[in-house]
Design a protein around this ligand. Structure first.
Ligand code: SDX
Length: 471
């Protein structure tokens, strides 16, 4: 496999290749669960609270092998994608199903470059008190302003196009009756096309859902996130440089400095690592919104809202605060003992699916070490993290299958690049917008509004008392 061209970052490629070899060595023998076969609907699965274990749909986009700790995008191993491709290629792969040819990549990249400049959106955006807003709240506001500026959804002539679409109850089993089993449901899906241009509106404003809006969002969310970081520091947003790559532009628009090849490469790897991850909470949230035939911008906004939570994408920021609270490696043992006693969730550890080492942490940890070797100002932070990892694995980790997840080392990598913790989760969204939009496009091919059940355990036949008689 030819290594990437840039000689200046060859050592980073080698670091990733070594991490992949180590992962395969350590996990090859672990048995493979048979969760990768086509589904005959209706399907039986064991479902826990929070839909744990529920199978919501089929997909060809990505596969998380939790027992082995493997991550696959459209059949490609994450270590190979990090070692040899770019976020542009990977977001194209997720959206279109194949790695782009040179021509396809040039065309796609032009779309990203054309969508990166959001001057009108920025003008609207700067009327808001972004400097005092939570970064993810500002990011979600920015996507709404993109929706207003780049589509015609807010125009009165816009009418959603519903012909040929399943009604919400048309083929579902009677919901609140005694579950008769799915034999009464007709699971006949119809194909819907979301990209039909709507008549009578400004043609160059693109449809609100479908491939064009995905390109706008994959490109524009980075522009908004970079502007949020600057506005929160009282600085003006910076226009993108069409000569720079997606990762380099994101760093440039955030810091005002063109990144070094190493900084660009490491941000590019981070964006590849965070791009897609099965039916995680924010991907599911974005798909639920899209399944009602709302639009891609609202769906991405729902993904941003879900990702913000500290149990999900918000953990990367909390890990930094946690490591700062521990202070130094010498405090780790005492801190862990106290946290375990108080049954506290240790940020950056554990995972609903990975009951093994998160492959993304296998790349981010050596990247953090690589950066700290170059600039030792975060040496104590990294030492505290690696000591904490060892202490967790030696105590609750192996028993409860709690390992470092993607959020444990990502914050240290970003801190080494001078990025403030308040922007860490927006970086997660800059990448995951590729996974959200890809899975929405795929799901809308055979759309069915998400509508699970809740088992009613309340009371019946209560006697109504008028207000004056209630005590
Ligand atoms: C992401 O889904 C995805 O793919 C998400 C993600 C993605 O790319 O989209 O991978 C990104 O969100 C990574 C996770 C980031 N969150 C954190 O680091 C927050 C800390 N982690 C935990 O909150 C927890 O591990 C979750 C939420 C991530 C996983 O949730 P689960 O599977 O519901 O965990 P659980 O609560 O059922 O845990 C099972 C046991 C429990 O112990 P018991 O009640 O059986 O005694 O493990 C314990 C938990 O208390 N446990 C932890 C722990 N995680 C699980 N104990 C201490 N610290 C932790 N971090």
């Amino acid at each position: 496999m030819p290594h990437r061209k840039d000689e200046k970052t060859r050592d980073i490629t080698e670091l990733i290749v070594k991490a992949g070899e180590k992962a395969r060595r350590e996990t090859r023998a672990i048995p493979e669960p048979e969760l990768t076969r086509p589904i005959e609907w209706p399907v039986s699965c064991t479902v826990g609270p929070g839909l744990e274990g529920a199978i919501a749909c089929e997909t060809k986009i990505g596969y998380v092998n939790g027992s082995k700790g493997w991550l696959i995008y459209r059949g490609y191993d994450i270590f190979e994608l990090c070692a040899y491709s770019t976020f542009e290629e990977v977001s194209y792969l997720l959206l279109h199903g194949n790695l782009p040819t040179k021509k396809q990549l040039a065309e796609y990249n032009k779309k990203l470059v054309d969508s990166r400049n959001l001057n009108n959106t920025m003008r609207l955006f700067m009327n808001y008190p972004v400097e005092g807003m939570n970064a993810m709240s500002a990011l979600r506001l920015g996507t709404n302003l993109m929706r207003h500026e780049l589509t015609y959804i807010d125009r009165e002539e816009y009418k959603p196009n519903l012909d040929g679409v399943i009604g919400s109850d048309e083929d579902s089993i009677p919901m609140e009756t005694k579950p008769m089993g799915e034999k009464d449901a007709i699971y006949g899906f119809k194909r819907i096309k979301m990209n039909r241009p709507f008549k009578g509106v400004n043609p160059e404003l693109h449809p609100a859902a479908g491939a064009e809006s995905c390109n706008h969002l994959v490109s524009g969310v980075a522009t908004i996130a970079a502007a949020v970081a600057r506005l929160k520091l009282g600085q003006l947003p910076i226009e993108p440089d069409p000569e720079l790559s997606h990762a380099a532009n994101f760093l440039y628009m955030m810091t005002g400095c063109r990144p070094s090849p190493v900084e660009e490469r490491i941000m590019d790897v981070a964006l590849i690592l965070h791009a897609d991850h099965g039916m995680n909470a924010s991907t599911f949230a974005s798909m639920v919104v899209a399944s009602t035939l709302s639009d891609m911008y609202f769906s991405v906004g729902a993904g941003i809202a879900a990702l913000n939570g500290p149990l999900h994408g918000g953990a990367n920021e909390q890990v930094l605060y946690m490591l700062e609270e521990i202070g130094n490696p010498g405090n780790v043992k005492k801190w862990v003992k106290k946290s375990v006693k108080e049954k506290k969730k240790i940020m950056g550890f554990g995972h609903r699916v990975y009951k093994s080492y998160d492959p993304r942490a296998r790349v981010l940890a050596p990247l953090a070490e690589y950066l700290v070797k170059k600039d030792s100002s975060n040496h104590n932070l990294l030492e505290t993290a690696t000591t904490l990892e060892k202490e967790i694995l030696d105590t609750i980790g192996t028993k409860k299958k709690i390992f470092p997840n993607v959020d444990f080392y990502s914050g240290i990598v970003y801190a080494c690049m001078g990025i403030l913790p308040e922007n860490f989760t927006t970086i997660f969204a800059v990448s995951r917008v590729a996974g959200w939009t890809s899975r929405i496009l795929e799901y809308l091919e055979n759309n069915r509004i998400f509508r699970p059940r809740a088992m009613y355990t309340g009371s019946f036949e209560k006697e109504f008392k008028p207000l004056e008689k209630r005590r």
